[in-house]
Design a protein around this ligand. Structure first.
Ligand SMILES: Cc1cc2ncn([C@H]3O[C@H](COP(=O)(O)O)[C@@H](O)[C@H]3O)c2cc1C
Ligand SMILES: O=C(O)c1cccnc1
Length: 351
């Protein structure tokens, strides 16, 4: 049994299993389809065999989405037009099943868990809600570090714990989700900090902002990154990240430690994935990029992580929507290794 600390989680992350990869490649070659005809799906299924250490790897059902919710002190800088209360109001909407991600989750067959890791207002207990608040929102990252190192570590361990709980409950794949008004600003700062990209090039329009707001946002991200002298990934996360970002880091790392695939959603999850990869480079083997968010930083982060997104539909919502939409593709890729007949078994002639 792995201990649920960050150190215990990092120590358990291992590279892919070469034997399972070889077995999956050999199996792909025997299935009744021209070799390579399933393109990216073949590569993905082989990698998931390597992750699971068995061929075929488990069909990713049931699937579990965790939506980590938190508020942001940097909201005070006018980086988003939406009031901060929307974070808590959307949490209520997720719990009532009324958000976009709920519709997608019903369509694609994913369970939804909402985690309050840092919502500003107090939330009442509810079915499907995990009350794990580390702090009622971060501090303003443009003025001081958003979190203490201790707070960031606590939030990482919330993510670790939630991932462990979902996998203990039977989940065969974990999906990332987020809710936090203003959170595309810390996401851009994390992406600039970890990839060394120009802050302006990774700062997008978030929920949809005017050019004046965008200019303010670029200035905030630029000065946060210029003023950042942290080396350790947890310190970077504490300085310019959010509580939901930190929880996502723990969630991703725990998925990798448990050898369960983790479907990365949009720019918020991609920025957390960079921090996770900085802590444990081998954890990228467990990551599957769900979609290409319209937010420019997401493509920069995925490029840095060498991940190709499965779908590209111009989404810019978050909540886990892009991860959920990619789920049937991942499941289909794995199902091929379980269910497709071989040339021998089906009596189909080779070329
Ligand atoms: C109604 C509503 C539902 C959302 N669901 C996700 N987001 C997304 O938008 C927010 C980030 O964008 P920004 O940095 O521009 O504030 C996050 O809450 C993210 O999850 C939403 C935003 C709104 C307004
Ligand atoms: O990429 C995302 O997930 C995203 C983009 C804009 C706003 N909220 C989330």
């Amino acid at each position: 049994m792995l201990d649920r600390t960050l150190a215990g989680t990092l120590a358990a992350i291992r590279p892919l299993d070469d034997e399972a990869i070889a077995a999956a490649r050999a199996l792909q070659a025997r299935l009744t389809k021209p070799p390579g005809s399933l393109g990216v799906l073949e590569i993905l299924a082989v990698r998931l065999a390597g992750l699971a250490g068995t061929c075929p790897p488990p069909v990713p059902e049931p699937a579990a989405l965790a939506i980590f919710a938190g508020d942001h002190g940097v909201h005070a800088q006018g980086v988003t037009p939406w009031p901060q209360e929307v974070t808590a109001q959307m949490v209520a909407n997720f719990l009532a099943g009324g958000a976009v991600v709920n519709a997608f989750a019903r369509q694609c067959g994913a369970g939804v868990t909402v985690v309050d890791v840092g919502v500003k207002s107090p939330l009442d207990p509810a079915e499907g809600l995990e009350l794990r608040k580390v702090r009622a929102g971060t501090r303003d990252l443009s003025v001081e570090p958003a979190m203490t190192r201790e707070e960031a570590l606590q939030a990482i361990e919330v993510g670790i714990d939630i991932a462990q709980q979902l996998v203990d409950g039977g989940a065969k794949i974990l999906l990332t989700g987020d809710m936090g008004i203003a959170n595309t600003t810390p996401s851009a700062a994390l992406i600039a900090a970890f990839t060394h990209a120009d802050p302006a090039s990774v700062t997008g329009l978030g929920t949809g902002i005017d050019s004046e707001t965008h200019a303010r946002k670029v200035a905030v991200v630029t000065s946060a990154v210029v003023g950042l002298h942290a080396e350790d990934p947890v310190d970077v996360l504490a300085a310019v990240g959010g509580l939901e970002h930190a929880a996502l880091v723990g969630y991703i790392l725990r998925a990798a430690a448990l050898r369960v695939p983790v479907l990365i959603d949009g720019v918020i999850a991609a920025s957390a994935a960079l921090a996770a990869a900085a802590l444990a480079p081998a954890c990228t083997a467990a990551m599957v990029a769900g979609h290409r968010s319209a937010e420019p930083g997401a493509s920069v982060a995925l490029g840095y992580l060498e991940l190709e997104p499965l779908v590209d539909l111009g989404l810019r919502l978050g909540e886990g929507t892009g991860a959920v939409l990619a789920l049937p593709i991942v499941a289909s890729a794995v199902r091929v290794l379980h269910e497709v007949a071989t040339f021998d078994s089906a009596g189909v002639a080779h070329k």
